[in-house]
Design a protein around this ligand. Sequence first.
Ligand SMILES: [Zn+2]
Length: 94
Amino acid sequence: MECNDLRCPVHGSIKTRGMQMSGRVVSDKAKKTIIVEIDYTRYIYKYERYLRRRSRIPVHKPDCIDIKLGSTVNIAETRRLSKTKSFVVTSVVK
Ligand SMILES: [Zn+2]
């Protein structure tokens, strides 16, 4: 499928570099932006336990990728696309 979105990693002119993650789509209210929630754990040596954290990242959604609420997506870091967005969806896991 083709798209005319300039901010598409496949058909547009943006390059991805830096972090790559996958997370759950928790909001698709905006036209070209989705909110992806990421659960991660970090080991804390002092307490010998894992710290569980959750973060929400605004991610650009290109026109050629169809995304449903609750699905899991792969995202990659790119240049800053707006005040809060610097990630783009690369593929849908399920
Ligand atoms: Zn595209």
